[in-house]
Design a protein around this ligand. Structure first.
Ligand code: CA
Length: 228
């Protein structure tokens, strides 16, 4: 088991978080602690998530669902409630395991390792090579799927390639020439209006013109719309 696995600890009770962090770090995990659901949902790059369901700002189930909408990261839900309904619901939401407080650190670490072993074959780490994330936009190059705010958006193959090309260097301007060469091919002499048509279609599908800025005479850049 690698000593560099990143564990996102979502726990609003600081004393519990402190009591878990030491043993988890001793077990070789890099622990990032957040205490709200909003922080948990926006966090990226974890190899495993330990999610307390009783959070101050969001229902833990919604947090679980929101993480699962953009990531296959293994999630272990933790709750003070032990009834079967919670357990079933937690697993239906895409959690990989379930533990009831109080947590014994030895059992906890064993369960985390078991979950990581079980899920080792699937991609984890939402910012791994296969996935590009720009704000609420998530692009999975392995599965060719695009999600916006957790909702899948259907794209044609060329739209997909164009969006990936822009997202690989979000914020930077891609020239029309670069776009044509990368998304179509270097010997493509079709009308440049084709690029514009694809840009327009992507904007429409993403629900906002401002996702792709036109830079007059140069090209386009992908930016997260403010307030999106
Ligand atoms: Ca709590």
């Amino acid at each position: 088991m690698s000593g560099n696995q990143r564990l996102l600890l979502v726990e609003d009770d600081d004393s519990i978080a402190r009591s878990l962090t030491g043993p988890l770090e001793s077990a070789g995990f890099r622990v990032e602690h957040v205490s709200t659901g909003a922080e948990a949902v926006s966090a990226r790059g974890a190899d495993v998530v330990l999610l307390d369901l009783g959070l101050p700002d969001m229902d833990g189930y919604d947090v679980c669902r929101a993480i699962r909408a953009h990531s296959d990261v293994p999630i272990i839900v933790v709750t003070a409630r032990s009834d079967e309904f919670d357990r079933v619901l937690g697993l239906e939401l895409g959690a990989d395991d379930y533990m009831v407080k109080p947590l014994g650190t030895r059992e906890l670490i064993a369960r985390i390792r078991a979950v990581l072993r079980r899920t080792g074959g699937r991609p984890t780490g939402v910012d791994g090579d296969d996935r590009l994330t720009v704000g609420p936009l998530s692009i999975d190059r392995r599965t060719h799927r695009i999600h916006l705010d957790g909702e899948e958006v259907p794209f044609t193959p060329k739209e997909f390639e164009l969006l990936v090309f822009l997202a690989e260097d979000a914020g930077a301007v891609r020239t029309r020439t670069d776009i044509v060469e990368h998304v179509w091919d270097a010997n493509w002499f079709g009308p440049t209006k084709t690029v514009d048509a694809h840009v327009a279609s992507i904007r429409r599908k993403l629900g906002s013109h401002s996702w792709i800025e036109s830079v007059r005479g140069v090209g386009f850049r992908l930016v997260e719309p403010s307030g999106s």
